[in-house]
Design a protein. Structure first.
Length: 129
């Protein structure tokens, strides 16, 4: 559902380091050879607008080596009032697959603790019904 949808973020790397600019839209472009990368600070967020309220059943995060150790998936119908759909403090990079039981138009990945000294770097932010 997130494929090609409008995607925004708190920050992104624009300096050309590591193949950047690494804009938010690269996390939802359906490719695993492009990526969103944040600046090197906590916290950060990445958000996708699904266009309408949708029922969510699954999410997938495909991390580059700079991953999120602690993060939350939140959903909102209006982009203002948020509900927690998933949270972890033990992320270990690679591919994170998890089930969701939530609905919303907006899906936000709130990143609160990095797993490395770099910024967050995400090849793919998938949201499925």
């Amino acid at each position: 559902m997130a494929l090609g949808r409008p995607t925004t973020a708190s920050t992104y790397q624009s300096d050309g380091y590591g193949g950047c600019p690494c804009t938010p839209a690269l996390a939802t472009d359906g490719r695993n050879d492009t990526r969103w990368a944040s600046t090197w600070a906590d916290p950060q967020w990445l958000q996708v607008d699904l266009g309408s309220v949708r029922q969510l059943g699954h999410a997938q995060l495909v991390w580059e080596s700079a991953y999120g150790k602690a993060y939350t998936i939140k959903v909102s119908d209006d982009g203002q009032n948020w509900r927690t759909a998933y949270a972890t403090s033990s992320g270990d990079g690679g591919v994170d697959d998890f089930d969701l039981s939530a609905s919303g138009r907006y899906v936000r990945l709130e990143l609160t603790r990095r797993g490395t000294g770099y910024g967050y770097s995400l090849f793919h932010f998938g949201v499925h019904g």
